[in-house]
Design a protein around this ligand. Structure first.
Ligand code: HEC
Ligand code: HEC
Length: 180
């Protein structure tokens, strides 16, 4: 069950290289689906931002779409036809079918038998947000949940994330750390 340390080390090296490179160029992590879906937008963007399909594996989308009547405590049910269309879209564009950095790293750190419900439950997400402590999210009236990517990433809706540009409302950066 232990996470492959070689993968973790490789990822940390990649993160470090990414940070130095972006000082000059701002290299964004791009996750936006290459194919968009009207059904996905209509069914899934009324309560929160539209999450890119590449941020979770196909099995997570399958599980979520079969339980929409109890979706994190809300009822997000749609007609059977819309459900089938959105499920097919999400699986077609899921992490396994995306060769970009986010999807590859996220899958690489996921156990074979793991089916995350939250993007923020994944090991890769946790590694990237190591500097972001629970009180800065749960205890922060302008954030409240990691699900609100857009509270800290101004281009989250466009599927663009960058560590240099990321902010935490009510906190500021001091010597590489976040302070109140
Ligand atoms: C009726 C409101 C509602 C609708 C409609 C809805 N959701 Fe959600 N969704 C929620 C709530 C509430 C949460 C939990 C947010 C939290 O924990 O802060 C959530 C969380 C999520 C998460 C986890 C976010 C994270 O941080 O990883 C994903 C992924 C997600 N929804 C996908 C979908 C998809 C796909 C659809 C369309 C089929 C959809 N949602 C439609 C209310 C909704
Ligand atoms: C409370 C604010 C906050 C929320 C909410 C948040 N993030 Fe972040 N995120 C950050 C910060 C701050 C960093 C940079 C951390 C660092 O510099 O160590 C970061 C880094 C990242 C990176 C790495 C970017 C790079 O350049 O390598 C990605 C990708 C990312 N976040 C995605 C997400 C996604 C997807 C969500 C929503 C599911 C999310 N974040 C929610 C604050 C947040």
């Amino acid at each position: 069950m232990a996470v492959d340390m070689k993968k973790v080390v490789a990822l940390l090296v990649l993160c470090f290289l990414g940070t130095t490179a972006s000082a000059a160029t701002i290299s964004r992590v791009e996750v936006a689906a290459l194919e968009t879906s009207k059904a996905h937008q209509q069914a899934c963007a009324s309560c929160h931002m539209l999450y890119a399909p590449s941020m979770l594996p196909a099995r997570s989308w399958q599980k979520m779409m079969s339980n929409l009547n109890n979706h994190f405590g809300d009822n997000a049910e749609v007609t059977a036809a819309v459900n089938a269309e959105v499920t097919a879209y999400l699986k077609r564009n899921a992490a396994e079918n995306d060769k970009r950095r986010y999807a590859k790293s996220m899958l690489g750190l996921l156990k074979d038998d793991e089916t995350p419900d939250y993007i923020s439950d994944t090991k890769y997400f946790k590694l990237m947000h190591d500097a972001v402590k629970p009180r800065m999210v749960l205890g922060n009236p302008d954030v409240r949940s990691f699900a609100r990517c857009e509270a800290c990433h101004s281009q989250a809706q466009q599927g663009k994330f960058n560590r240099i540009e990321a902010i935490i409302p009510n906190y500021f950066r001091k010597a590489g750390r976040f302070v109140e």
